[in-house]
Design a protein around this ligand. Sequence first.
Ligand SMILES: Cc1cc2nc3c(=O)[nH]c(=O)nc-3n(C[C@H](O)[C@H](O)[C@H](O)COP(=O)(O)OP(=O)(O)OC[C@H]3O[C@@H](n4cnc5c(N)ncnc54)[C@H](O)[C@@H]3O)c2cc1C
Length: 626
Amino acid sequence: MSRAADLRTLLDGPEAEIRWMVREWLSEPGHAPVCDLPREEHRARVTEWTEELAMSGGTAMGYPAQFGGLGDVRGSIAGFETLAFGDLSLLVKCGVQFGLFGGAVLHLGTMRHHERHLTAIARFELPGCFAMSESDHGSNVQALQTTATYEAATGEFVVHTPTPGARKDYIGNAARDGRLAVVFAQLISGGEPRGVHALLVPLRDAGGELLPGVAIEDCGPKLGLEGVDNGRIAFDQVRVGRDALLDRYATVHPDGTYESPIENPAKRFFVMLGTLIQGRVSVCGASITASKSALDIAIRHALERRQFGPPGREEALLLDYRTHQRRLLPALATTYGLHFAQARLVDRLHEAFCVEVPERRRRELETHAAGLKAAASSHATATIQACREACGGAGYLQESRLPALIADAEIFTTFEGDNTVLLQLAAKNLLTGYRDQLGELDPLGLASFFAGQVIGTIAERTAVRKVLGALASDLLPGRDDGGPLRDRAEQLGLLRWRQEHLLQGAARRLKGGLDAGRDPFDVLVDCQDHVVEAARAWVDHVVLEAFAEAAGADPALDRLCSLYALSRVEAERGYYQEHGRLTAARSKAVIRTVNALCAELRPDAGLLVEAFGVPEMTAAPAAAMR
Ligand SMILES: Cc1cc2nc3c(=O)[nH]c(=O)nc-3n(C[C@H](O)[C@H](O)[C@H](O)COP(=O)(O)OP(=O)(O)OC[C@H]3O[C@@H](n4cnc5c(N)ncnc54)[C@H](O)[C@@H]3O)c2cc1C
């Protein structure tokens, strides 16, 4: 086997066969991404593709066997990640239908919902929506305003949009295809508010006509993902039966009595959201795939395109220029690192679905999913843009695929949790380790939490005597005698030091502000950038740990791993110097080592992108596809 094939085997992991099948499908004529179809035709094409994939049976892989699946979460995510090499509208349509909509029915519903709907959902015979976001509340979904009021006299819920801002917004599958929606609403029973719950609400009849009381409008043209029919939904006193409630975590009895095994409404809501974590992990994987596609295009271009060069000799390849190496190779290294971190995360998620794991492990999973999704999607946006620029004018043409990648993938930073909000969630979990006593994503919730006693516990756990005062000198090594920069332990030590230092500093500032009697919200706002940076630094370390383990003895991966670690240190060298962790001389040595690693990796760049296995996809002219 070639080195690229060996590397592909490593990257594809235990799900190689599933990845191979999806690549084959993408390589077939008529399955290549489209970029020049009018919007409605693009949507129709994406719907046809979705039907075709559903007929193959692959889209149900994560569902239990009795509903046509294999109960294989890892395989289902591997298929989704590989599908992200193709048209991202198709990916998102599938994500909404089989992941979000089907996933909500599976994880929030009970057997009667599964038996009634899951097989039809998996076959795309029942297109559906995941209607959570509202115009006035996107990130702060706990405050959404749609109501579902139970009427004991009729045994029905009345689903209603009380204000224009409470309409469901941006909802995938709504504008054209959706017939049933999982609607998140404030549940009211026995006259009491019960918090946010999910209900199944029919939108259209089998002929596609809107049902009475349901109003849907198209969101109109978007930056990208034009093949997905996003829409806005409003409900006018729509009645659904008592069994419409997805009642895994709460039941409403015929007389309106409410019952839930989780007493705290905020906790119940976050347990419910936690079961939907697979969507976030899937978007993380898709972001990594989008980075791979862009790097494959830009690096192959840079290995063919020549500009300038020494007098009297052939012009040099773009990738022979150090600036070009620096634009692409650290991004390549980060993409590999994220790939390995994602593989670890998916393994843990798979395990959590297969066997009962302790609550602590579930929280860790949530923290990893939030942090890694934020890192991977931000990285994809930056990398695709860098690749566009690295291809010059050629990268601006639709035929390069980069414009479509820019337009389609950048929303990954916003949906399945906005990145800034997710990093705060990760930081909150890291800072406390006691999420039971939390329950709210909003800043005030976090600040109120710190106003409680738990900070004292953190103080003990992190030897906070040192942290709460001026940081003691032993936390600030101020040394220039670290090991060689290529030494993995040294690299891990540098990244770990930064994340711990940021986290401890954030805890100290929060505690200090609260002790001074300041308003908790103001305290958090003042420290927010610090808190988010702590989460980012933590992800850097998580990625390096996964990369270091996966790199093993492979020389190219070993260098790539060092390039990842040291380019992170280089990007933050101001911080390291400000805090006395790197001297000016050692900081310059980091820059030199990054340059040396770029030069050493230059000969391997081609095989490192070949290993991604981006399928050959020949786009048919739009006219031929109509
Ligand atoms: C193409 C597309 C498809 C979508 N599909 C669906 C779908 O199928 N179903 C569904 O339910 N939703 C869907 N959404 C909605 C999506 O989930 C939301 O857009 C997302 O959650 C962000 O909410 P928002 O747009 O209201 O932004 P906001 O919450 O208003 O955020 C705006 C900005 O404010 C910042 N911000 C917000 N809160 C804080 C804070 N506490 N601290 C600091 N900064 C903050 C954010 O970082 C962001 O930059 C989709 C959106 C798009 C664009």
